[in-house]
Design a protein. Structure first.
Ligand SMILES: [Mn+2]
Length: 322
């Protein structure tokens, strides 16, 4: 183990959050998923794992509420090089516009398998796992792995969008259809969405017909608070909609755009950083267990990556000890 002093700057050779842990001696493992082939944005989210890793070195380690989160042992796993290569290839397929969409679908299916394998391996070793995207489509393999281990878990999705489209522009495994794919293929009992403020006709209809999806629209949250309802009460309602075990899928665009200005599809409104942190702590301290998470759609921009690194640290704090 390298020399570690939580009161000083990151030493040479330190890992995520400037910590000295290896994946083997960490209890929380962050799996990078540098994949953004299904989204089209100026600043890539495939660069986010590296950017968040770099920014994490400057996160202060003693949290005012949660204390020394780092003592749980947090480490980032190596990047799967096949994902990097496939992402390049898939983007080239998209850009060329000449190859049939099935090639992209095949690549996405391969991605889902690779992510699932990597996450499953750490779960089998008794670790808690957080996936760091990448666009939102990367969550599929992680949710699949977690559902296999915890069949009764519910998903808490913090997001500006429903992501309940049945594919987008012919792409089945689009970031915009991640929760449709999860609900239709993996079939968890419960999906609770918070902060949604962008949806299409199909999604509105889907929500109306579904007994498994509960959506707390951003507009409703804002109105409740404007009418004097406390955030703690709203958080209790969110928690009550969830089962005992919870997987958090956190799309950074669920937050206010000021906290993620370079994310692929920013939408006005949204949750404040501290609202999200409070909600997560409310759920994890109120008798429910957060068993895993993903953090997606982060831009590789330095500012965005820094906010995401702080959020990642909070997520490491609320994920239950294995
Ligand atoms: Mn999303």
């Amino acid at each position: 183990m390298i020399e570690f002093d939580p009161n000083n700057s990151a030493p040479e050779g330190s890992g995520l959050f400037a910590l000295p842990y290896s994946v083997d001696d960490a209890s929380v493992v962050i799996v990078p998923a540098p994949w953004d082939a299904t989204s089209s944005q100026a600043l890539a989210s495939s660069g986010a794992p590296d950017a968040v890793y770099a920014a994490s070195k400057y996160v202060e380690l003693f949290d005012a509420r949660q204390g020394p989160i780092y003592r749980k042992g947090v480490a980032m796993d190596a990047t799967c090089e096949e994902i990097v290569a496939m992402n390049k290839l898939a983007i080239a397929i998209q850009d060329s516009g000449t190859l049939p969409a099935e090639h992209l679908t095949e690549a996405c299916q391969r991605l889902n398998g690779l992510v699932k394998d990597q996450v499953s391996r750490h779960l089998a070793a008794g670790k808690r796992v957080g996936l760091l995207g990448g666009d939102h489509s990367v969550s599929f393999g992680s949710i699949d792995a977690h559902l296999e281990r915890h069949p009764g878990l519910g998903i808490l999705q913090i997001d500006a969008h429903c992501d309940l489209r049945c594919g987008l522009d012919g792409i089945t495994f689009s970031h915009a259809s991640i929760m449709y794919n999860v609900m239709e293929s993996l079939r968890p009992d419960t999906l609770v969405q918070v902060g949604v403020r962008g949806l299409c006709d199909f999604e509105a209809e889907y929500l109306q017909q579904s007994d498994s999806v509960h959506t707390f629209f951003d507009a409703d949250l804002h109105e409740l608070r404007a009418d004097g309802v406390a955030w703690t009460e709203i958080c209790s309602k969110v928690a009550a909609a969830l089962p005992a075990q919870v997987y958090v899928s956190l799309d950074i665009d669920g937050l206010q755009p000021s906290d993620c200005p370079n994310t692929g599809t920013p939408v006005p409104g949204g949750l404040a950083y501290n609202d999200v942190v409070y909600l997560l702590r409310h759920i994890s301290s109120g008798g429910r267990t957060i068993v895993g998470f993903d953090l997606v759609e982060v831009s590789e921009n330095e500012f965005d990556a820094s906010i995401a690194a702080h959020l990642l640290y909070q997520l490491c704090g609320v994920v239950a000890a294995p």
